[in-house]
Structures are given as C-alpha cells and as structure tokens.
Design a protein around this ligand. Sequence first.
Ligand SMILES: NC(=O)c1ccc[n+]([C@@H]2O[C@H](COP(=O)([O-])OP(=O)(O)OC[C@H]3O[C@@H](n4cnc5c(N)ncnc54)[C@H](O)[C@@H]3O)[C@@H](O)[C@H]2O)c1
Length: 374
Amino acid sequence: MKLITNYQVDHKAKNYEIIVTENALEQEYDLSHYHKCFALIDTYVYRLHKAKIDAFMKRYDIEKVLIPSGEAVKTMHHFSTMTELLLEKNIKRNDCLIAIGGGATGDFTGYVAASLLRGISFIQVPTTILAHDAAIGGKTGINSKHGKNLIGAFKRPDRVIYDISFLNTLNDAELLSGFAEIVKHVLLNGNYKVNQISDIVNDDLSRLMQAFNKLDDLKDMNKMQTWITYGIQTKLNVVERDELESGVRKYLNFGHTLGHALEFSHKLPHGIAVIHGMMYALILSGYEENIIEKFYHWLIQLGYPEVEVKSFEHYYALLSKDKKNETDSISFVVMEQRQGHLENVFYLKSFEYGTLKKSFERWVTVLRSCYGEK
Ligand SMILES: NC(=O)c1ccc[n+]([C@@H]2O[C@H](COP(=O)([O-])OP(=O)(O)OC[C@H]3O[C@@H](n4cnc5c(N)ncnc54)[C@H](O)[C@@H]3O)[C@@H](O)[C@H]2O)c1
C-alpha cells in the first residue's frame, strides 16, 4: 500500500510517500541524492530486529547511531548530545537522518533534523502501531520538565517506510497503546452514532469493535494493517488541510489534554493514557455515563488497564501548563453531543476549574465502577 501526501500549500514540492507493507524495509528506495545517511535507532528495537536493520543499513551504506529506547530519549540532554555528536561527524546540509523506532524515536530524530544546520532531511521508519499516527504530519519534539512535547518543530519527513513486520514483537501494552490512536481516528473520521441507550449504531466504529474484541485480535497483523492504513488516511486528510494546527488539526488532540497529564504522571504508554483521556473528554462533551460505560466495557475486554488516579489538583497543575491554552481557562477538544447522540463533529472549548473538577469526579466514578465489575 502506497499513500502520497498531497499538501495543498505547496503542491508537489514537499509531498512525501508513505509505504505501508510487510517487509517494506526490504524494498528498493532511491537514497542516492543524500550525501550520507545516519540511522538513529531505538536500542531495544535494534536488538530485536538486528538482522533486518543491518541488511537495510548495509544496502545503503548507512551509519548506525543507537539511541536510548522509547520516551527516555526525548530530553534536552539527549538532544544536545546527539546534535554535538553529529556535528562532530561533520554532518552536511544534504545528509539525511533515518529514525528507526516508535513515536519517541521519530519525534526526537525529527527534531534533531529540524534543528541541525537549520534543517536537514529525515526519513521515518516507524516500528510501533502508535507511530502510524506519530510518523505522519511532521510534528517533532522533545519533553521539558514542565510537560510533554513542549519543545519542538514542524518538519516533514522525506518519506515514511512503515514495515508492518516490526509490529510482531510489540508487547501487549504497546499493542494497546497504538490501538488507542486507531480508535481516535475512527471517532474522528467515522460515520456513526451512539444513541442514548448506549447502542453503538453504525459502520466504522462498530466494525472496529467487532473486529477487535479481545487482546489476541490486536496481534493479527493483517487485520491491523487495514486499520493502520485507515488511521494514516484519516490523519493525512486532517494535516493536509491544516498542517500547522491553526484549525482542524487541533481535533487530533482529542483525549490528549488529560492524556498527556496521565502519561506524564503515571509513566503510562502514550495511547493507554490517551484512551482514558478520551473517556474524560466525552464526559466534558456532555455524554452520559452509560455511553462511557459502553466504551469502558469494550476497552476492558481488550485488556486496557485501569489508571490509579491521583487528585484532580495534581492533574490541574499539569493541565494549566498545556500548550494549547491561550487564556486562563483550559481548552479541550470536545465532541458534539446532540440529544445523547455521539456525532463526529469536534470543536475546542474552554472550561473553568469547577466544571473540570466535577467532570473529573464523574469520570473517576465511571472508571472505578467499570473496573470494579471486571
Ligand atoms: N509527532 C506526532 O504527531 C505524535 C503523535 C502521537 C504520538 N507522538 C509521540 O509518540 C510517542 C509514543 O509513541 P510510541 O508508543 O511508538 O512510543 P515509543 O517510541 O516510546 O515506543 C514504545 C516502546 O516500544 C518499544 N518498541 C518500539 N518498536 C518496537 C517493536 N517493533 N517491538 C517491540 N518493542 C518496540 C520502544 O523501545 C519503547 O520501549 C510519544 O512520545 C508521543 O508524544 C507523536
């Protein structure tokens, strides 16, 4: 499957192709226009897929640079060490960085590429389900002690090579984390309704719920590839309309406001935090408990773990630093609610402390009661 971005802002100039298939890394690519390529590889991924990665690097004479696994690399310390290392290696404007790893590796490598010599090329080789989201759309960045992704840049990759066979080694938590972003893409894109008595009527969302109803279903990579492509297409539709997040792209942050605070506080995999954040956002949107319960029953069946929530004040302190805020109240992406029907219409809405706290208490009650019934 080959998808091509089609940014209307500069037409063909900086579009990039996204190859999604098993063994995509073994296909032929023209990298001859780069002076030299450096692959920044998640150390854990390298250990698991050494033969495959080595063969790729050998074929194109790519230099290997191993980096810390996962989120740990997204720090100013590693950013500084990496940029100095690459400068020491005499990196040139027409060199290229290749990110091989999950979303964290892609965010980090992209930010290094955006900053070095005011911008050099980079290629994404995502190795997690979640990175179907992270590798598309050109957002790159690292974390600050004040919160996640607070330092970053927009930087389009030259190409995305999504080799599905990497996904076979993901553990359960990472499968669930990645699947959460697929759920988000279906909510954003799907044509569906959830009615007052909590029946989920319709196509995309109900198809997804039927296709995946236990953890083992997430290990069926044929099935997963279909939905990964769906997720990528959804994300492309949004970022092609609003690359720099001045409008509709903000809706991709559905569930991420509280999600980031949960991720940061509990060191949860990104998507597991986000899926709980989406449930909170549904309550803020005005949905009744029975709809949230319906979702939670499905999520529990799939194996999503409970969050041992802290006090509202703990998260509020983090939320008030969220970069999407332009005023004192806190802005959330919410989903249109018409007489109890869930609609795929999103907007940004600001909430005061009191409403946020009340909704938080309602969310915690639903969360505890659904997990208590397990
Ligand atoms: N830039 C964006 O638009 C965007 C969008 C969503 C998320 N993100 C970012 O992406 C990150 C989350 O992505 P992620 O979940 O891929 O995280 P990750 O890169 O931290 O990977 C998660 C874990 O999986 C391991 N891993 C990676 N590939 C593997 C494989 N094939 N087999 C076994 N283990 C593997 C990693 O070593 C790591 O421990 C967060 O930092 C988040 O902020 C960015």
